[in-house]
Ligand binder design. Structure first.
Ligand code: NDP
Length: 280
C-alpha cells in the first residue's frame, strides 16, 4: 500500500531536462495550438507553457477561435513545420467537431510531433523503432520503471483503447515484455480480467470505476483518469480509498500520472531539438 508520488518523479525529470538544456547550446522550442474555449484545455495548455518556461524551452502559444476554418489551422501548422525555432508542435485535443482531427494531427511534420499522434509515429511505436511516443503512456512507463516494477512476464491489463492512451500504453508494455490484455466497453467479464492483473492501468474516463474488488492483492494500479465530479472534486477512474487497501502501489489523482504527462512533453521536445542537431 504505497502511494506513487507522480509529482516528485515528474519534478526529477523536469530538473534533468532543464540541466540538459542548459548544456545543449540550443534552446528547444514548443508551439502549442489551442482551438476554441474548452476551459480544461486552456488550463492544460497554460500548465504546459509554464513548464516549458521553467525548463528553458521557448514556448509559443497560438489560440484560434472555435469556428476556425480547417485551412487556417493547417496553414498555421505548415508555418510551424518550417520554423527552425520550433522543435515541437502540440495541437491540444479535443478539437471542435467540424475539424478533421486525423487530418490536422497528420499535418504536423513527424519530426516535430512531440505528442506522438502522427500516424508515422504510431507506426514507429508499433514497430518498436525510435520515434515520438505519446506523453501520457510514456509517463506511466517512466513511473513503473522508477518504482522498479517487474514488467517482464507480468500480466498487464489496460482498460481503455484510445489512440492517445490505451493503445500506445499496451504497446509500450508489450515492448517491455509484459503479457498485455486490452479491455474496452465491449469486453466481457471485465471484473475477472482486472483481477488477474499484476499491473492494472485505468484509462477509461469514468469516475471511480475500478474498485478494490477488481484488484488482485499486491497489484500495481495506475490511474490515468481525470474526471470532474458535479461537486467540483477531481477524481480518477480508480476508487482510491478501496483500491489502496488491496494494491501494493497506486497513483493518486491529482498528483499521479498528470504531472508525468507534462514532464514527458518536455522530454520529447528536448529529444526533438537533439535530433534536429544530429544528436542521439
Ligand atoms: P477515451 O474516451 O478516448 O477512451 C476511453 C476508453 O475507455 C475507450 O476505449 C472505451 O471503450 C473505454 N471504456 C469506456 N467505458 C468503459 C467501460 N464501462 N468498461 C470498459 N472500458 C470502457 O478516453 P482517453 O483515453 O482519452 O482518456 C481516458 C481518461 O484519461 C480520461 O479520464 C481522460 O481525462 C484521462 N486522461 C488523462 C491524461 C493525463 O495526463 N493524466 C491524459 C489523457 C487522458 P470503447 O473504445 O469501447 O469506447
Amino acid at each position: 500500500m504505497r502511494c506513487i508520488d507522480g509529482k516528485q518523479i515528474a519534478q526529477q525529470v523536469r530538473e534533468s531536462v532543464q540541466s540538459e538544456i542548459n548544456a545543449l547550446g540550443l534552446r528547444p522550442g514548443l508551439a502549442t495550438i489551442l482551438v476554441g474555449n474548452n476551459p480544461a484545455s486552456h488550463v492544460y495548455v497554460r500548465n504546459k507553457q509554464k513548464a516549458c518556461e521553467v525548463a528553458g524551452i521557448y514556448s509559443e502559444g497560438h489560440t484560434l477561435p472555435q469556428d476556425v476554418q480547417e485551412i487556417t489551422l493547417l496553414s498555421l501548422i505548415a508555418g510551424l513545420n518550417d520554423n527552425p525555432k520550433i522543435h515541437g508542435i502540440l495541437v491540444q485535443l479535443p478539437l471542435p467537431v467540424h475539424l478533421n482531427e486525423r487530418r490536422v494531427l497528420d499535418a504536423v511534420v513527424p519530426s516535430k510531433d512531440v505528442d506522438g499522434f502522427h500516424y508515422l509515429n504510431v507506426g514507429k511505436l508499433t514497430a518498436n523503432c525510435p520515434g515520438f511516443v505519446p506523453c501520457t503512456p510514456l509517463g506511466v512507463l517512466h513511473l513503473l520503471k522508477t518504482e522498479k516494477t517487474e514488467i517482464t512476464g507480468a500480466h498487464a491489463v489496460v482498460v481503455g483503447r484510445s489512440t492517445i492512451v490505451g493503445k500506445p500504453m499496451a504497446m509500450l508494455l508489450l515492448h517491455n515484455h509484459a503479457t498485455v490484455t486490452i479491455c474496452h466497453s465491449k469486453t466481457r467479464h471485465l471484473d475477472d480480467i482486472c483481477r488477474q492483473a499484476d499491473i492494472l492501468i485505468a484509462a477509461i474516463g469514468k469516475p471511480l470505476f475500478i474498485k478494490g474488488e477488481h484488484v488482485k492483492p499486491g497489484a500495481i494500479v495506475i490511474d490515468v483518469g481525470i474526471n470532474r465530479l458535479p461537486d467540483g472534486r477531481l477524481v480518477g477512474d480508480v476508487d482510491f480509498a478501496t483500491v489502496y487497501e488491496v494494491a501494493s502501489a497506486i497513483t493518486p489523482v491529482p498528483g499521479g500520472v498528470g504531472p508525468m504527462t507534462i514532464a514527458m512533453l518536455l522530454l520529447n521536445t528536448l529529444q526533438s531539438a537533439k535530433w534536429a542537431m544530429g544528436k542521439q
